[in-house]
Design a protein. Structure first.
Length: 486
């Protein structure tokens, strides 16, 4: 298949100055993350204008649950990225084409499973998490509709991963920009003019994602990368490539599940502090998400950079790239921390939340903002290790960090809360534990939820750095190199 040689050379991360290569590859990824963040912000602003705090809380509560289910196709996307980037680095274009078509098959199966299970379990999960009654119905409607349209997200994510593996980070950005513009139109139409509230936001979300996936499908099938997706190849997946994608992707999917379970458990903890903290957490995620965009972009870039260089037999270039990326993350994260300290409150005004919710949100951002370095470092190192084929250590370190955060949250937030409630009952202020809890006793200790999040960030970064410094990731990389062409 004929390909555009200039595009292939431009997307080659195995040669040339590391910093400039990383920056030029990461910039579209950062911009894509920015656009995606705006995508979510638009949803929150629209539903906030129509429904106020109740809508913000319902949509925000749904994200950890969605991430829990979406971990399966995120893992497939990451597995495809690793296999494709290593084959691309080894100049095995037949292997690249095989991996792209096979990943479409695997992700389609994953999308169908997520749709069936997600729609069926949405409401029971919300009940299990103790979701406040005033937002339960809206959150259930939002979740079931978004899960019903999972296939659109699957298509976009897997094709984005395939293009990133080939060193192409611009077209996922173009597709996301187009998708976001349509999302604004659909949000306005369904939610504001048709009065569909959270249902309108959910329909707009999956319709826009499907559009972005179609754009990437057409781009890949222009043939400029030497790859084409055809129905005949998708329906005849390469078994060995499936095994590789799953071997690299499933640990990442499990890692995402662990992180999402941790976030879901912490969401359940937060629910004990009432709907105001739930809404504030939603606003915090949208607000400090802007600061995390450059760090996430660099982490994503490191997966492809590492994969291509490992495929080309250059592990030392990978090591050097990690150190360069860590220094870059340190500088960027400090700048973002200062920026969010001073502007976080102003950004939150966009969401039309109450002064109480905004006050909690500002406090949370100011606790978290100077710990961005740790989150960015974890993203960078774990991304590079996955690209090298060492997918199990980031899984284990992430799970360890999740356990640390849960344990700390329970110790410094939930235990004091329960003690305060019980003390109120013992002092005769309320007739039962449930009555005191419903009255909001002890909820002034919500800030402990933010401190425990910071502890989790530090733990994850330290665990990953220790493996990078003293672990045997090069051995995993050498084993990965030997399997690239088969």
């Amino acid at each position: 298949m004929e390909q555009n040689e200039s595009i292939v050379r431009k997307n080659d991360l195995t040669q040339g100055p590391i910093l400039s290569k990383l920056i030029w590859f990461a910039l579209p990824l950062i911009a894509s993350n920015l656009v995606m963040q705006l995508y979510n912000v638009v949803d929150s602003i629209v539903v906030g204008q129509v429904m106020g705090d109740r809508g913000i809380a319902a949509v925000g509560l749904s994200f950890p649950i969605m991430m829990l289910f979406n971990a399966l196709f995120v893992g497939v996307s990451m597995g495809a990225n690793i296999v494709i980037s290593q084959a691309f680095g080894a100049k095995d274009m037949e292997g690249v084409n095989r991996a792209v078509n096979t990943s479409v098959f695997v992700s389609g199966v994953a999308g169908i499973l997520i749709t069936i299970v997600g729609v069926a379990l949405a409401r029971p999960i919300l009940h299990l998490l103790g979701t406040p009654e005033e937002i339960l119905e809206d959150a259930a409607v939002y979740l079931m509709i978004v899960f019903g349209g999972t296939l659109g997200s699957v298509i976009f994510n897997v094709l984005s991963g395939a293009l990133r593996g080939m060193g192409e980070s611009r077209w996922p950005l173009y597709a996301m920009i187009t998708s976001t513009l349509f999302n604004i139109v659909f949000d306005t139409l369904f939610t504001i003019y048709m009065g569909m509230e959270v249902a309108g936001v959910a329909i707009a979300t999956f319709a826009s994602y499907f559009l972005s996936g179609v754009i990437l499908l057409f781009r890949i099938n222009t043939g400029v990368y030497g790859v084409k997706i055809t129905l005949s190849q998708v329906l005849k997946p390469h078994v060995v490539t499936i095994k590789k994608i799953l071997r690299f992707g499933l640990p990442t999917g499990v890692q995402m599940v662990a992180m999402s379970l941790g976030a879901t458990i912490n969401q359940a903890f937060a629910n004990n502090f009432g709907a105001n903290l739930v809404a504030a957490n939603s606003v915090i995620m949208r607000t400090d998400g802007f600061a995390l965009l450059p760090l996430m972009g660099i982490g994503m870039a490191m997966t492809t950079f590492s994969g291509q260089n490992i495929g080309a037999g250059k592990p030392e270039r990978t090591r050097k790239g990690i150190y360069i990326a860590l220094v870059t993350i340190l500088a960027v994260s400090l700048a973002m921390g200062v920026l969010m300290w001073f502007t976080g409150g102003s950004i939150m005004r966009l969401f039309n939340v109450s002064d109480t919710v905004r006050g909690i949100g500002v406090e949370g951002v100011r606790v978290i903002c100077f710990f961005y370095t740790f989150m960015g470092s974890q993203q960078c190192i774990s991304g590079a290790m996955r690209g090298a084929g060492a997918v199990i250590p980031p899984l284990l370190t992430s799970i360890a960090a999740v356990f640390v955060r849960i344990a700390v949250t329970y110790a410094i937030a939930i235990v004091p809360l329960n003690r305060a409630i019980q003390a109120a009952v013992d002092n005769g202020l309320y007739t039962s534990f449930e009555a005191a809890k419903a009255a909001g006793v002890g909820t002034e200790g919500y800030a402990a939820m933010f401190y425990s999040m910071c502890v989790g960030m530090v733990a994850g970064a330290v665990f990953d750095f220790l493996y990078f410094k003293f672990g045997n990731w090069k051995s995993a990389a050498n084993g990965s190199i030997s399997e690239i062409i088969s």
